[in-house]
Design a binder for this molecule. Structure first.
Ligand SMILES: Nc1ncnc2c1ncn2[C@@H]1O[C@H](COP(=O)(O)OP(=O)(O)O)[C@@H](O)[C@H]1O
Ligand SMILES: C=C(OP(=O)(O)O)C(=O)O
Ligand SMILES: [K+]
Ligand SMILES: [Mg+2]
Length: 574
């Protein structure tokens, strides 16, 4: 799929303004509705009791993480796996959850963990995957490329050897003003520090901080407020001397390595500050090349063909161009860390709600990020306020929640993930029990008639699923489009998304409510359904009496199917 992009404004992030087709746009041309009678012979045949009780030899557990290969190898990988016609690949954790607790128990909100020194070992990554990590995030602000390469390979190995489908998101550094690494120094109140654009090799003078932006000393004015890391430490500019700027510490604290810097004047962010910085730095471009070579699934901020592009909404400018940016991207992140340094903190919740709504309307996955469980970097239990914040993001039906420092360098990464998991599950259940379905209808998004047909089918399938209390919606999808449309409706039941390639399967991991399966299927929906039912049943993932609605976008001639399968009678054991 060809994508193009133009970078037209000079400010920081993101600047994705023109992508003619998003990856989830796929035209469909015709439609067929079929409703299956209650007694349907082929189902009965494929679901005989003995199939259900034994672990059928039909079912192979094949590796499912190989799609993280280089782009040019991907088609080979896809072909290789799709010839494996008797297998179905699903996340081992999901499989266990489904078996133990049934469909309803599955978590709909997806979880992202930033990987850092606390979690980069193979066993640590495995513990996160076991704990429900759907996406591993690598922040290119930190660590060397070699370090990141090792993590990517470990995740891929984990997928291949242990049956996970953890996707990898590379987050570029972006052009921001940040300070150097002071090796963990702190500033005390009323100390005077020198911020400078001069470079130092080894001998940095005491109380001196290097700044990454050359125009810094010219742009800054005496009286400006200088915020480190969104206000964790605060200075006031008291004097300018050539490339050096003397600042008085007003709020003391730890000067974290490469912490970002923002400047405020008369109570507002100084926006011209980074006007001279490129949208994507030369380092970012090298990192992007690296990410492509390593076969990552998503890149946050920047644009590359065939890899999901997540626009990080964290600059004040991105809020004014929000709809445009989201249309041009494959997803968005509410990057509350930097956003909270660029707009007043009390405006962040409203911005979050708006971004989540716009993404949902435009059918793009949205991630709520930063400080969800910040106190868990140090403590084994979250604050009540943090739990309320996580609950609100889940209640807003955002697609994914992200851990940053909590998993990258905190003392309790696994516990933090457990908190996200249990709060998500509880709030989702509460929502369903209260029957708080959104009453606002989703606006049409497709431009062509066939797009509209797909949307209407998915909207109807979701509505029927809620009204009839079905156990799952099955979606057969080649590129993920139809699955994303069902997910957009946020139905009450889980969505089983069947796709033929491991790379689409990993990418679907970011969408709300989707349980991605890798399965090879044909254009014959009858045989696809029969095959799926028997494979899932033999694995103990569905059972007699389950009610399923199936939709599909994978046929050439009759492109969209809408099936209802009432399995109640067929699968009653004798
Ligand atoms: N790859 C890494 N190597 C070392 N430390 C990391 C890495 N990724 C994240 N961290 C640590 O975790 C903290 C929180 O991560 P994150 O929020 O992604 O970064 P930042 O604080 O730069 O926005 C970072 O400040 C850094 O201390
Ligand atoms: C997620 C964010 O970006 P980063 O951690 O890369 O600054 C953020 O600012 O909230
Ligand atoms: K980053
Ligand atoms: Mg940021």
């Amino acid at each position: 799929m060809s994508q193009s992009i133009q970078f037209s404004t000079p400010s920081r992030t993101p600047h994705l303004l023109h992508l003619p087709h998003s990856r989830f746009h796929r035209p469909l041309t015709s439609l067929s509705f079929r409703q299956f009678p209650l007694k349907y012979t082929s189902i009965r045949a494929s679901s005989s009791p003995d199939l259900g009780s034994s672990s059928s030899s039909q079912v192979l557990h094949s590796p499912n993480g190989t799609g993280a290969a280089k782009p040019e190898e991907r088609s080979v990988v896809a072909t290789a796996v799709s010839t494996d016609t008797a297998a179905i690949d699903v996340d081992t954790v999901t499989e266990a959850e489904l078996k133990e607790n049934g469909f309803r128990s599955t978590r709909r909100t997806k979880l992202i963990c930033t990987i850092g020194p606390a979690t980069c070992g193979f066993e640590q990554l495995e513990a996160l995957a076991e704990g429900g990590m759907n996406v591993a995030r690598l922040n290119m602000c930190h660590g060397t490329r070699e370090w990141h390469r090792d993590v990517i390979r470990s995740v891929r190995k984990l997928n291949e050897e242990k049956g996970f489908a953890v996707a990898i998101m590379m987050d570029t550094e972006g052009s921001e003003i940040h300070m150097g690494d002071l090796g963990g120094e702190s500033s005390a109140k009323s100390e005077v520090w020198t911020f400078t654009v001069r470079a130092f090799d080894s001998s940095r003078p005491a109380r001196t901080i290097s700044v990454s932006y050359d125009g810094f000393a010219e742009d800054v004015r005496v009286g400006d407020e200088l915020l480190v890391d969104g206000g964790m430490v605060r200075f006031e500019v008291i004097e300018k001397i050539g490339p050096d700027v003397k600042c008085l510490c007003t709020d003391p604290g730890l000067l974290l390595p490469r912490a970002n810097l923002t400047f405020w004047r008369d109570g507002s962010l100084v926006r011209e500050r980074n006007a001279m910085l490129p949208t994507i730095s030369s380092k970012d471009w090298l990192d992007i090349d690296f990410g492509i070579a390593e076969g990552v699934d998503f890149i946050a901020v920047s644009f590359v063909k065939d890899i999901g592009v997540i626009a990080k909404i964290e600059s004040i400018d991105s809020l004014t161009n929000l709809e445009e940016i989201i249309i041009a991207s494959d997803g968005a992140m509410v990057a509350r860390g930097d956003l909270g340094a660029q707009i007043p903190l009390e405006q962040v919740p409203a911005a979050q709600q708006r971004i989540v709504k716009v993404c949902r309307a435009l059918n793009k996955p949205v991630i709520v990020a930063s400080q969800l469980l910040e106190s868990m970097i140090e403590y084994p239990t979250p604050t009540r306020a943090e739990v309320a914040d996580v609950s609100e993001a889940v209640r807003q039906r955002s697609d994914a929640l992200m851990l940053s420092g909590e998993s990258a360098m905190g003392q309790f990464p696994d516990k933090a993930l457990t908190v996200l998991r249990s709060v998500s599950l509880r709030i989702e259940r509460w929502w369903r029990e209260e029957k708080r379905y959104e009453s606002t209808p989703l606006q049409p998004i497709g431009s062509g008639f066939s797009d509209r047909i797909s949307e209407e089918i998915c909207n109807s399938a979701a509505k029927m699923a809620n009204n009839l209390g079905v156990d799952a919606v099955f979606v057969y999808t080649k590129d993920g489009h139809m699955a994303s449309l069902v997910s957009r409706c946020r139905p009450d039941c889980p969505i089983f998304a069947f796709t033929t390639t491991t790379s689409v399967r990993r990418r679907l991991n970011l969408k709300w409510g989707l349980i991605p399966f890798r399965l090879s299927f044909s254009e014959d929906m009858e045989s696809n359904l029969n095959k799926t039912f028997s494979l899932l049943k033999s694995r103990g993932m569905i059972k007699s009496g389950d009610l399923v609605i199936a939709v599909s976008d994978m046929l050439q001639s009759i492109q969209t199917y809408f099936y209802i399968r009432f399995l109640r009678q067929q699968w009653t054991m004798p």
